[in-house]
Design a protein around this ligand. Structure first.
Ligand code: XUL
Ligand code: CO
Length: 445
């Protein structure tokens, strides 16, 4: 793709303007059909419901390489220039893209926005310089930082983990990176800070002291939390569960595992969960399930939105376009009272063969529209259908009589057993799964 220069300013996505809302009858792939940022649904604008964010790494760094071949996508901001100049050009391109799409937030790893230097100090300086530029870009555009994070998994030094590395020297390098990434996040007013456990896990128990590694991870997170608070970070720390890949056994397996870990290490007051669809499905759950688990624990933080391929078992990070999933998660989120300081980060990549610059726009637009439709449908189900009443009635035996006494903790096991003896075999009560499924489909159609 060519770069257009107008009045000395480079345009990296020429020919594509601000993406308009045109409504459901529009045939224009570069327009929103359902995501109308100002439309109020369930008391909030769509903009505030979703708090969408662009993921810097997939959108501006990942050129489509896979184990079988190099990248296929040519980025116009990458033409062999010196690495810091490339980082500055990439920043210009990123803000042009985010602004044209009208997305309010972005997310990054330290190494996405600034290159690793020859040593720790040079890496810190690179990140500080780009952070200063990003701050200006944020002020000019109104785009905000949903979260920052550190890439402590890509460099070869992290091949055996970062905070869980058996070598203490590697752990200190992870600390150096996390320290600087926290500083960048604070400087940019980031609302959250994410820890995805990159290579925190193991391949074989034969060479692994799991207990010691997990204790190191707990300590590391405590120290990172304390430093962030010391430099003025008031936002939420987030852990992003993933069950496998890159390691065979990732320590942050799923929501339930991470909740136990946070409670064990005294982190649940500062940390919440950042839940990703394709990570939940790799763990054998649905996205809605892992979100609900976090909501129920009071630890739901934010979302990485994407979807996996139902026919294979790795992290394909596709843009979410499954309407049924969107409805299911919006049902959970609406009932939980919304995203609060979290958001929906598009941790998704276009396919390796989607090489046109417009494909990056279309991918985001399609996902935003899918989620907007999901919101509208979920809101109708909750406000117009008998769905909530049906589910409540399933539990009505706990709303009166001995059921209430049980819920209050007033019946011991002997009293409960007596009740069974007296009442005899209970009548079968249908779970009505197909009725629920048909109700959801009726509202989708
Ligand atoms: C990897 C993944 C990461 C985190 C941030 O599967 O999801 O990109 O979101 O480190
Ligand atoms: Co993610």
């Amino acid at each position: 793709m060519s770069v257009k220069v107008v009045l000395g300013k480079k345009e990296y996505f020429p020919g594509i303007g601000k993406i308009p809302f045109e409504g459901p009858d529009s045939d224009n792939p570069l327009a929103f059909k359902y995501y109308d940022e100002n439309r109020v649904v369930a008391g909030k604008s769509m903009r505030d419901h979703f708090r969408f964010a662009v993921a810097y790494w997939h959108s501006f760094c990942g050129a489509g390489s896979d184990p079988f071949g190099p990248g296929t996508i040519t980025f116009p901001w990458d033409h062999g220039q010196e690495p810091m100049q490339m980082a500055r050009d990439k920043l210009d391109a990123a803000f042009e893209f985010i602004t044209k799409l009208g997305i309010p937030f972005y997310c990054f790893h330290d190494r996405d926005i600034a290159p690793e230097g020859g040593d720790v100090r040079e890496s810190w300086k690179n990140l500080e310089d780009i952070t200063a530029l990003a701050k200006k870009k944020q002020e000019e555009s109104g785009v905000r930082l949903l979260w920052g994070t550190a890439n402590v998994f890509g460099h070869k030094r992290y091949m055996n983990g970062a905070a869980t590395n058996p070598d203490f020297a590697v752990l200190t390098h992870a600390a150096a990176q996390v320290k600087a990434a926290l500083e960048a996040t604070v400087a940019l007013g980031g609302e959250n800070y994410v820890f995805w456990g990159g290579r925190e896990g193991y391949y074989t128990l034969l060479n692994t002291d799991m207990k010691r590694e997990q204790e190191h991870l707990g300590l590391f997170l405590q120290k990172a939390r304390d430093y962030g608070r010391k430099i003025g970070f008031k936002g939420t720390y987030l852990i992003e569960p993933k069950p496998m890949e890159p390691t065979k056994h990732q320590y942050d397996f799923d929501s339930a595992t991470v909740i136990g870990f946070l409670r064990q290490y005294g982190l649940a007051g500062d940390f919440k969960l950042n839940i990703e669809n394709n990570h939940a499905t790799l763990a054998g759950h649905t996205f809605a399930h892992d979100i609900q688990v976090a909501v129920d624990a009071g630890l739901f933080g934010s979302l990485d939105v994407n979807q996996g391929d139902p026919h294979n078992g790795w992290d394909t990070d596709e843009f979410l376009h499954n309407l049924y999933d969107a409805v299911e998660i919006m049902l959970v989120i609406l009932q939980a009272g919304g995203l609060k300081s979290g958001g929906m980060n598009f941790d998704a990549k276009r396919r390796r063969s989607s090489t046109d610059p417009e494909d990056l726009f279309i991918a985001h637009i399609s996902s935003m529209d899918t989620l907007a439709r999901g919101l509208l449908i979920a809101d109708s189900i909750l406000t117009q259908s008998p769905y909530l009443k049906m589910r409540k009635e399933r539990y009505s035996s706990y709303d009166s009589g001995k059921g209430v006494a049980f819920e209050r903790g007033e019946l011991d096991l002997e009293k409960l057993a007596d009740l069974a003896v007296k009442a005899g075999e209970p009548a079968l009560i249908s779970g009505k799964q197909e009725l629920y499924e048909s109700l959801i489909n009726r509202y989708i159609h």
